[in-house]
Write a protein that binds this ligand. Sequence first.
Ligand code: 5GP
Length: 125
Amino acid sequence: MSSPGAEPSIFSRIVAREIPATIVAENDHLIAFEDIAPQAPVHIVITTKTAEYANVVELAAGDPTLLAELVRMASTIADERTQGEFRLVFNSGAAAGQTVFHVHAHVMGVRDDSATLGEGSLGSL
Ligand code: 5GP
């Protein structure tokens, strides 16, 4: 959980439109935008508008309904961009590669019908 008085996360600044991002979906609780350094042909970040939860474990404990909503948004984005098949990654902790401590999911996939979701087509996070 972010501490009171802490600097807003980079994702809070995207939510506030303080820094630009290519936003692909948004509702009252969530925002989805293209990752600035994509690791796959389709690489979208979905984050919560609240900065209350640092990682998916905190979100699952604190607001499982919001976590389910995030998964639904991932599925909708994949339906639109990757024929519905996708990888959903939550890095949890610096040692696991997390760099932004504001809960978010990476939605990754491929556009081409003939491609697969094997290691060769998607980068690892
Ligand atoms: P993490 O490493 O915490 O799991 O994921 C953070 C992700 O946010 C990284 O994939 C990184 O490329 C992305 N990212 C970091 N800063 C920005 C930014 O300013 N704009 C966008 N669109 N993505 C960002």
